[in-house]
Design a protein around this ligand. Structure first.
Ligand code: UD1
Length: 358
């Protein structure tokens, strides 16, 4: 079998790493080609993940770079189609919900290549998010879904997908997390800031709804700074957010803005944090498994199990909502949370065992 594996943006890399590691054991049966679309290209957003997670160099880099949603989509489709026309694959495996996921699925499917979607079926039901459009389009042409939750399975059934296409295997991001936990690295900032275990916050913000409007971004950050009651807040700043932060001038003695961190450094910080404040979906899965209280600054989530089962609370994007949750954190009665079924570190084994039977 000839399989193309697609990775494009930061949250893809930790999802493909364990699948590739497992595929390496079966290279006699499955010949894979790793394709990086180049959607993320910085060392901090891409290269360091390949190094730290031991992902082999991509066979091909489409080098599409930055652009609008349509520009990136178009460039990826054009360049991936050209590659397929030179050498066709039997299947393409895409992960998650980024622009690269959708663009490669479309290019492949139109050439008769089967589409496998890892993390298929999740929905925020918020069509204003580019990721939701990517999920809907990708799933509509997917042949095999490897899913992370019962909710995803049910979403796909409701859409009329046949039971034999839906395979509940768990979460490959958690394979990566559990495997790398013993290797987490204390970042240099730890000593520089003077961090102490369970006595600081980690914050990440990058969604357009939170960071593209200066006024709201400032109010959000001000509320979090206030709610932290002097505890340090470590804020690795995504490039999109950095651009907008420059113009609003935020300064608080307990807010430490730093460059995006490597995977091992970032998760060291999360594992030892008092709590996390984020608008990322993936981070809510990691905090669930590490049982770290997590405040999500979004109005919806495609990962409801991080709330119903895990340690996450959906606080919304209105800055006024933040204070009561901060108070609850300080009072010490945050829910303990448990871990969703099959988030056990063996998802990639299950996926590859199934791929061998396709
Ligand atoms: C993308 C994904 C999002 C994911 C996020 C994680 C889509 C639709 N969105 O959003 O789901 O959670 O990545 O990071 O695919 N930039 C750099 N260096 C890079 C990459 C980007 O400076 O290596 C800059 C770009 O020039 C752009 C901004 O960051 O100005 C945003 O990048 P982009 O890839 O367009 O989307 P993200 O917001 O990162």
């Amino acid at each position: 079998m000839k399989l193309d594996i697609i990775a494009g943006a930061r949250p893809n890399f930790m999802k493909i790493a364990p699948i590739i590691e497992e595929l390496e054991k079966h290279t006699d049966k499955i010949k894979y080609r790793l394709i990086h679309t180049g959607q993320h290209y910085d060392k901090k957003m891409s290269g360091s993940f390949f190094e730290q997670l031991g992902i082999p160099q991509p066979n091909v880099n489409l080098e599409v770079g930055s652009g609008t949603q349509a520009e990136q989509t178009a460039r990826i489709m054009e360049r991936y189609e050209a590659l397929l026309l030179k050498e066709i694959a039997d299947w393409v495996l895409v992960v998650g919900d980024v622009t690269s996921t959708m663009a490669c699925s479309i290019a492949a499917k139109k050439l008769g290549v089967g589409v496998i979607h890892v993390e298929g079926g999740i929905r925020s039901n918020d069509i204003t998010m580019p990721e939701e459009i990517n999920r809907m389009v990708t799933d509509s042409i997917t042949d095999i879904f490897y899913t992370t939750s019962e909710v995803a399975n049910e979403n796909l059934r409701l859409l009329g997908h046949k039971e034999n296409k839906i395979k509940y295997v768990g979460n490959t991001m958690i394979d990566t997390l559990l495997k790398n936990m013993p290797k987490f690295i204390k970042p240099n900032d730890w000593d520089r800031i003077g961090l102490k275990e369970k006595q600081y916050f980690v914050m990440t913000l990058h969604r357009p709804a939170n960071v593209d409007e200066d006024g709201n971004l400032k109010m959000l950050i001000d509320e979090i700074v206030k709610g932290a009651k002097g505890m340090p807040i470590v804020f690795p700043v995504h490039p999109r957010t950095a651009k907008n932060l420059k113009s609003i001038g935020i300064d608080a003695p307990n807010l430490f803005m730093i460059e995006p961190l490597g995977y091992l450094e970032f998760n060291y910080l999360v594992k030892n944090a008092f709590a996390v404040v984020t608008d990322s979906g993936g981070i809510t899965e990691e905090t669930t498994v590490m049982k770290i209280p997590c405040i999500t600054l979004r109005d919806n989530t495609e990962r409801p199990e991080t709330i119903t089962i895990g340690t996450n609370e959906l606080v919304g994007t209105n800055p006024k909502n933040i204070a009561p949750f901060m108070a609850k954190l300080h009072s010490g009665d945050w829910k303990p949370g448990s871990i969703p079924k099959l988030w056990d570190g063996k998802t990639s084994e299950r996926i590859v065992a199934d791929l061998l039977n396709l």
